[in-house]
Design a protein around this ligand. Structure first.
Ligand SMILES: [Zn+2]
Ligand SMILES: [Zn+2]
Length: 263
């Protein structure tokens, strides 16, 4: 059995929990350790039972509580060399044996999980998306990228769950209060996916086998849950998917866990 739940997601913090046959992990830990423990309790889980934390990149909204949890409960952290380089500047005194380094674009195995970290396009050291192969199920966690290239599109196809960044509405970003430089950063090829880009990537990946889609990492300034859902829903409908029947579309919550999925 697999349990999947996004504990919280937004541009201010991200943390997702997966349990596959009793192997419990977090993907990113972008809140304080205490906050993550509280979020886990809300979905009936305990932080001391975590087996590992996987990091996508070293930005604070993805790593904030990782070091604290690792030290408090002796949890190994998995990341590539680039992410470690950035993360170790902020996380001090980790146990050597809890520093696990993997190579981007190479499969790794963690107990019952086969995991492919895919290189993505973002202004951090060596950011990755993750594709989890869990028995005959597949979960994609894709966030913080300026674009979805062909290799990424190929690797994520056929997943049962998609955690997909839908950071901003492009018009809202352009018209909004961000300084010009920051606008260019967010909409750049090493920035964040817009609602439209998320919709296009999903339209390419989905086959209509009742996949669960979680729109994630929404900007508080340049997006709303309603706008994000509507944009993606409209596009997928135009592309011939029945968004009431073929797929389940959800928007991640910013301050509390989203719907729990069991596969
Ligand atoms: Zn980032
Ligand atoms: Zn982020």
């Amino acid at each position: 059995m697999t349990k999947f739940v996004t504990l919280s997601s937004g541009s201010s913090g991200n943390c997702t929990f997966i349990d596959h046959r009793g192997v419990k992990i977090l993907v990113d830990a972008g809140f304080s350790g205490k906050k993550i423990e509280g979020l886990m309790e809300m979905v009936g889980e305990k932080a001391h039972e975590l087996d590992a934390i996987f990091l996508t990149h070293e930005h604070n909204d993805h790593i904030q509580g990782a070091g604290v949890l690792s030290k408090r409960y002796d949890i190994p952290i998995f990341a590539n060399a680039g992410t470690w380089k950035g993360f170790l500047k902020k996380a001090k005194k980790l146990k050597d044996e809890n520093i696990k380094v993997f190579k981007t674009n190479e499969f790794l195995n963690f107990r019952s999980m086969d995991i492919l970290p895919i290189g993505i396009h973002h202004d951090s050291n060596e950011p990755v998306a993750y594709v989890f192969y869990l028995d005959n199920k597949k979960i994609t966690i894709l966030s913080d990228t300026g674009l979805v290239d062909e290799k990424m599109a190929y690797e994520i196809k056929g997943s049962d769950i998609y955690y997909m960044e839908a950071n901003h509405d492009l018009e809202a970003l352009k018209m909004g209060p961000y300084p010009h430089k920051l606008k260019l950063r967010v909409m750049g090829t090493r920035g964040h996916l817009s609602n439209d880009q998320a919709a296009e990537a999903l339209a390419d990946a989905l086959v209509g086998k009742e996949e669960k889609v979680f729109l994630s990492h929404l900007s508080e300034t340049n997006n709303t849950p309603e706008l994000s859902r509507l944009t993606v829903d409209n596009y997928l409908t135009q592309m011939g998917l029945d968004t009431k029947k073929d797929i389940q579309l959800e928007v991640c919550e910013r301050y509390r866990p989203s719907k729990i999925v069991e596969l």
